[in-house]
Structure formats: structure tokens, C-alpha cells
Design a protein around this ligand. Structure first.
Ligand code: PLP
Length: 437
């Protein structure tokens, strides 16, 4: 091991720190390679995306926009970002796209900066009903100093109570009506809410972090044509790109577009992680080719998984609506605030199934909720279909209903997953070696 201009010997201790990271990284990869990743906000990236996110771009800067930079050396990246903006507009069928933000949360902070000022009123879904922390006082909404009122919620339909929410918007007269959730089973009744918001002069922001891939694939709702002035989201959930975010709009108003751009840079980003921008652009190209089929398969699998879980004896929410219209389903595992969701998640992890506990209607404590939120987008990405959804539901039942030893079930989880190691819906499907290490 050598240092600059010499052959200094690295200390075993410091080398050990780095080695520990490499080992844990490999172990984490193995965990997912041989287990079932079912966290609704996660996904895996394609081999080509993997290639660009580990490229030299990782260490570069390009503040500004294509052709208008503060640094030299950006010509090639300009080509990438300009292409990306064009492809984003095609994928999301919109007139404006900013692909720079480094996460869904950063997109939201930027959009809140552009659309409201400190002290303004905002309406949003409460975190107890599935809204994201960035929609709350503890997150971006609080950071921007906004005065929050949350929508009445329809527990049976698992969406804002549309009449009461519209009445509330008309009464509160917010500057900004924010919609969209982290627990997102069904499309938002957006047209009605957007009409109410526009009537009182409010802008409408749709947070599609979870469902962007389903929207782009034409399988959920079409927010930019149903009244949303701005749509934000993550680039790595049902949209299967590298971690990052988007800000999208159908407005052709140059002043409004510039306001959104400057809210992202210089507003909330300096370096905006060029390797991930390049990864998003590759993901757009792949999505144009395979996205619709992928989104269709996700929703079909989620509905099949909901039915299969109910057939195994689980309490799956929203039975009356077919359990879901997205990539997620929700299951209840005990009394409100009992911590049953956490216990279930741990037993599943012991069996090689990775999920997260989640608050359900009636829960009041985020750390001891009664439920699980399960997503099928990652299993779909490796080619599983409704047949495997039934198999997966049986594995859940063996652990959580028939109380089998999770270690024994883990062998069968591995046997199932090892048949699905090829990443699908992308260019150069490349087998086991294409799976992230
Ligand atoms: C509705 C919603 N918005 C924003 C985010 C934040 O996204 P990110 O993790 O990319 O910051 C999430 C994350 O899950 C989310 O569910």
C-alpha cells in the first residue's frame, strides 16, 4: 500500500475500517440478492445505470444548466443533461423537467421554496394518514415556515375525503395545496381538489415520489393533466433509476420554469451528483422502451399479492377496493400501537424478507405501529409474476401465521429468489453478474 511518492505502509487499523465497509457492503448486497426486497421505496438499478453511477462523473461538478455553467469541462455532461431533460419531458409527457435534485425530499424543499414563502398556508396529508415527513412541520414544510392544515381522511377509501378536503381548501385558502403520500394505495381525487385550490388562488403540488414509475407507465393517474401545477418525486422507487429526484411541470411559462430551476440550483443544490443525473438519463431511455410493461406488471402483481395475502388469512387493508391500485399493500398484524408491525418485520427479516413496519389508520405512534407496508416493484423488476406473488404470500404465512422457524423458511426464500437474479425491463439483461454487488 503506498502513499504519495512513497511506499508508506497503511496501518492495519485504518485499512481494517475500509475493509469493514467493503465487507458490510458485500453482505448487504447478498442479503438482497438471496432475499426478497419488499420495501416500497426501494428498487435495483440496471447494469447500464450501475456503469454510469460508478463513472468519473462521480467526482465532477456542473453548477448551472446545460450551456450555462460556472465551471469549465462540462461539455460532455451538457450533452447528458440536455438529453435527460428532453427524455424526462417525453417520459412524463410534460413541457418542463428539472432532473438535478438529489432526492425526493430535496425536490420538495425546492418546490416549496418556489411555490410558497414563510408564513404562507399549506394543506397536505398528515403523516398519520400516510403523508411524507417532508410534508410535515418536522420536515420541509416546517423548514420553509409554512402554516400547515391537514386534509380529512377517508379510512375506507384510503385517500383524502374528497368533499371534506375540498371544503377545507376553500375555507383555509392556502397558498399551496400539496397532495400525495408515502402510503399510496389509490390515486388522489386530484381534479376535484385542484379545482377547489385553483378557485382560491392556490397552486397545486403533487408529490409522486412513490408512484412516478406507475404514472409514467400510464398505470396510476395523470397528475399534470388532472390539475397539478408541479409534480415532484424520487427517481428510484417505482421509477427504477438511481437515487435522486425530479421536478416536473406542464407549464410553458418561462418565468415559472426559471423560478423552479433556481429553487433547485442555487436554491437547494450546489453539486447535484452528476453520476446520478447520468444514471437517471439511462433509466429514461430504458423506461421509454420497457416502462409501460414494467408499470403494468407492478400493479398486476400488487393486486395479486393483496388477494393472495388475504387468502392466506392476513388482514389486508382496502379489501373493498381490491387492496391496491399501486405497487403497495398494507397488512395489519395486531392492535393499534401494539408494535405488532415491528415484530412481524423482524420475523420476516429473519426469514430473508425485507419489509418495513408502518402506521395504519388508528395507530398514533410511529415506532410501535400495527402494520406493514409492502411493495412488489423490486420483485417485479427481477421477473416475478402473479404465480410467485402467491408463493411469496405462502412464505409470509409460514412465518407469521403458522409460526414456522424463520431460519427454515429462509432456505425456501433463498431457493425462490435464486431463480430470479436477472434484472428485467432494461437494456442488456445480463444475468447474475448484472445484479448489484
Ligand atoms: C411521498 C414521499 N415524498 C418524498 C419522499 C422522499 O424521497 P427521498 O427519499 O428520495 O428523499 C418520500 C420517501 O419515501 C415519499 O414517500
Amino acid at each position: 500500500m503506498s502513499g504519495v511518492g512513497g511506499d508508506w505502509k497503511a496501518s492495519d487499523e485504518n485499512l481494517g475500517f475500509a475493509q469493514a465497509v467493503l465487507d458490510a457492503t458485500a453482505a448487504s448486497g447478498d442479503h438482497y440478492r438471496h432475499g426478497l426486497g419488499m420495501i416500497a421505496s426501494e428498487n435495483i438499478v440496471s447494469p447500464m445505470v450501475q456503469q454510469v453511477i460508478t463513472s468519473d462523473l462521480h467526482g465532477r461538478y456542473a453548477e448551472g444548466l446545460p450551456g450555462k455553467r460556472y465551471y469549465q469541462g462540462c461539455d460532455d455532461f451538457d450533452t447528458i443533461e440536455a438529453l435527460g431533460i428532453d427524455l424526462a419531458q417525453r417520459v412524463f409527457n410534460c413541457r418542463y423537467a428539472n432532473i438535478q435534485s438529489t432526492s425526493g425530499t430535496v425536490s420538495n424543499i425546492g418546490a416549496l421554496k418556489a411555490l410558497a414563502k414563510p408564513g404562507d398556508k399549506i394543506t397536505a396529508v398528515s403523516t398519520a394518514d400516510g403523508g411524507h415527513i417532508s410534508h410535515a412541520r418536522m420536515g420541509a414544510v416546517g423548514l420553509r415556515g409554512l402554516d400547515l392544515t391537514t386534509y380529512p381522511w377517508d379510512v375506507d377509501r384510503m385517500e383524502p375525503d374528497v368533499d371534506a378536503a375540498c371544503a377545507m381548501i376553500r375555507e383555509v385558502e392556502p397558498t399551496l395545496a400539496l397532495v400525495g403520500q408515502s402510503v399510496f394505495l389509490f390515486p388522489t381525487p386530484l381534479q376535484e381538489m385542484a379545482d377547489a385550490a385553483h378557485e382560491v388562488g392556490a397552486s397545486v403540488m403533487y408529490d409522486g415520489a412513490h408512484v412516478l414509475g406507475l404514472i409514467a407507465g400510464g398505470q396510476f393517474q395523470d397528475p399534470l393533466r388532472e390539475g397539478a401545477d408541479v409534480m415532484t418525486g424520487s427517481s428510484h422507487k417505482t421509477f427504477p433509476g438511481p437515487q435522486g429526484g425530479f421536478v416536473l411541470s406542464n407549464s410553458d411559462d418561462g418565468k415559472f420554469q426559471r423560478k423552479l430551476n433556481t429553487a433547485i440550483f442555487p436554491g437547494v443544490c450546489s453539486s447535484y451528483h452528476l453520476h446520478h443525473v447520468a444514471g437517471k438519463v439511462v433509466a429514461f431511455a430504458e423506461f421509454l422502451e420497457y416502462g409501460e410493461a414494467y408499470a403494468k406488471a407492478i400493479v398486476e402483481n400488487a393486486r395479486a399479492f393483496g388477494s393472495a395475502m388475504a387468502a392466506e388469512g392476513f388482514d389486508v387493508l382496502a379489501e373493498g377496493r381490491g387492496y391496491t391500485a399501486s405497487h403497495q399493500i398494507l397488512t395489519r398484524h395486531g392492535e393499534h400501537d401494539s408494535g405488532a408491525g415491528a415484530k412481524a418485520a423482524q420475523l420476516l427479516e429473519d426469514a430473508g424478507i425485507i419489509t418495513n413496519m408502518n402506521m395504519l389508520p388508528g395507530d398514533t405512534k410511529a415506532m410501535t405501529p400495527s402494520g406493514l407496508r409492502l411493495g412488489v416493484q423490486e420483485l417485479t423488476r427481477v421477473g416475478m409474476d402473479v404465480t410467485q406473488m402467491e408463493e411469496v404470500a405462502r412464505l409470509y404465512a409460514r412465518v407469521l401465521i403458522h409460526n414456522e422457524d424463520p431460519a427454515a423458511v429462509k432456505n425456501d426464500v433463498r431457493a425462490l429468489k435464486d431463480e430470479f437474479l436477472i434484472i428485467r425491463y432494461c437494456f442488456n439483461e445480463s444475468g447474475v453478474s448484472g445484479y448489484p454487488l
